[in-house]
Design a protein around this ligand. Structure first.
Ligand code: NOJ
Length: 507
């Protein structure tokens, strides 16, 4: 009797497993990779390109970068259009997401002078991709603000909304005949919190009390302007879509206590709700608890007004609903506690405003980047949470990936473990009815990882930064990703033959 029961259970388990293994990515689900201009292009001062904030900071303050490196040459993608597209073909990508360097197109930041040589680089890249049916998805802004605009205040200056709209108009009119998927901003949190509120991204402003909040408001208005521009002047003719990409980590309460649940909600609001709520919620505006909390803390510290600038009624309505899709960059997650931390805040900041602790169990797989661990099924958590919270929007996962150290070389088994788990979580999300249209791995190739320089590698292809030709070599994960793209299923037992990378027929 017992044996029968056991056999029965085993049978059920095996068939559940095999159904799981056979789950397919729908044919129209776009699978691809992502990169960003400053991280790969190089050619920092060639053919008329202007200086941007990363050029400026790496040249004038090199010690802020771990290995004192910069993106002057990076992966030299500016001179490697054909090889870059060849890699996309080797992998069999459906979609490739990249960003435009604002100062390559508008050297001073302003739209009075367009650098046609810069536009031409993007034309060549797009045209080469389209030859092989690879869909371009473009981010207008991935952190490389023209330096002049920074000197005028950057995202602390409300006029940034007009400057960004002018830049977007140039881009839509030059490239929009062929590009149908637009992202205004990549990761507002990293722009505002890290760049203005703290010191972990350019322009390293360290304006802890107000930087994040001022930037958030102006960035949202800039996003909305570019969205309306596309919607009103280009959409009918060009037929594309315009969204925004927000970094969404998974946050879960450490315990089931009411305090931990409230702390988790506040943490979510401060991390990504501050950008997502004004655009995707029905009522619009900044998240309520956060508004109240920052007002209280501002008063407590003697500020005559709240440090989170209010959106006027008109602005609230303007920003609400300005996205055709929600781009999610997702990497990792944390457990949140209201009490289990020792607050040691030397300055007033978003962190002291919310005053919560975050944890990660030691058993979560650790990558070469200290902030990045594998939290089980976190993509599913995040996407189903956002689906319910924001009334079922269309999603793209616009980034997801794993860091290895340079010494790992081509044998990147942890990256394979991570991608397989992530893609299972994507399938779980699709099964749960999330309106998810695509997934992009970060990254196609190794690149300049901001303050970590070249000490953390995210590429499916390794780049040899010591060789002037910047040769690219597929890692083991590239072969596994290629097989997933080819078969549209995840085979956990697949062992690639890594001897030669080829381009399959039809690519
Ligand atoms: C997200 C950012 O968009 C990208 O620029 C960065 O390299 C990856 N995260 C990895 O940190």
């Amino acid at each position: 009797m017992k044996t029968f029961l056991l056999l029965g259970l085993l049978g059920a388990y095996c068939s559940a497993l095999s159904t799981k293994q056979q789950r397919r990515f729908p044919d129209d689900f776009l699978i691809g990779t992502a990169t960003a201009s400053y991280q790969i292009e190089g050619a920092w001062n060639e053919d008329g390109k202007g200086e941007n904030i990363w050029d400026y900071i790496t040249h004038n303050n090199p010690t802020v970068i771990v290995d004192e490196s910069n993106g002057d040459i990076a992966a030299d993608s500016y001179h490697n259009v054909e090889r870059d597209v060849e890699m996309m073909r080797e992998l069999g990508l459906d979609v490739y997401r990249f960003s435009l360097s604002w100062s390559r197109i508008l050297p001073s930041g302003f739209a009075n002078e367009v650098n046609e040589a810069g536009v031409d680089y993007y034309n060549r890249l797009i045209n080469e991709m389209l030859k092989y049916n690879i869909t371009p998805m473009i981010s207008l802004y991935h952190w490389d603000l023209p330096q002049k605009l920074q000197e005028l205040g950057g995202f602390a200056n409300p006029l940034i909304a007009d400057w960004f709209e002018d830049y977007a108009r140039v881009v839509f009119s030059k490239l929009g005949d062929r590009v149908k998927l637009w992202i205004t901003f990549n990761e507002p949190r990293e722009v505002c919190y890290e760049g203005y509120g703290f010191t972990t991204k350019a322009p390293i402003l360290n304006a802890t009390a107000v930087g994040t909040y001022m930037c958030a408001r102006n960035l949202l208005l800039a996003h909305a302007k570019a969205y309306y521009l596309y919607n009103n002047e280009f959409k009918t003719k060009q037929g594309g879509q315009c969204g925004i990409t927000i970094s969404v980590n998974s946050f879960k309460p450490l315990t089931d206590s009411e305090e931990d649940r409230a702390a988790t909600e506040l943490k979510q609001q401060a991390e990504w709700g501050i950008y997502a709520h004004p655009i995707f919620s029905q009522e619009g505006g900044f998240p309520k608890e956060l508004v109240v909390r920052v007002a209280e803390k501002s008063a407590e510290h003697g500020y005559p007004r709240t440090r989170l600038p209010q959106l006027s009624e008109e602005e609230r309505v303007l920003i609400r609903g300005t996205a055709d899709f929600f781009g999610v960059n997702h990497y990792t997650g944390y457990l949140v506690s209201a009490t289990r931390h020792t607050p040691e805040y030397s300055t007033v900041s978003l962190l002291s405003d919310i005053n919560v602790g975050t944890y990660r169990p030691v058993e979560w797989l650790q990558s070469a980047a200290s902030w990045l661990t594998l939290m089980p099924n976190s993509i599913y958590d995040v996407l189903t949470h956002l689906k319910n919270k924001y009334n079922d929007p269309i999603f793209y996962v616009t980034e997801n990936g794993w860091a290895t150290s340079p010494e790992i070389g081509l044998e990147d088994d942890d990256r394979i473990t991570y991608y397989r788990a992530a893609l299972e979580s994507i399938l779980d999300s699709l099964d749960a009815g999330v309106r998810l249209k695509g997934y992009m791995a970060w990254s196609l190739m190794d690149n300049f990882e901001w303050l970590a320089g070249y000490t953390e590698r995210f590429g499916l292809y390794e780049v040899d930064f010591s060789d002037p030709a910047r040769p690219r070599t597929p890692r083991k994960s590239a072969f596994v990703y290629k097989e997933i793209l080819r078969s549209r299923v995840i085979d956990h037992d697949y062992e690639p033959d890594t001897a030669v990378m080829t381009i399959d027929e039809g690519h």
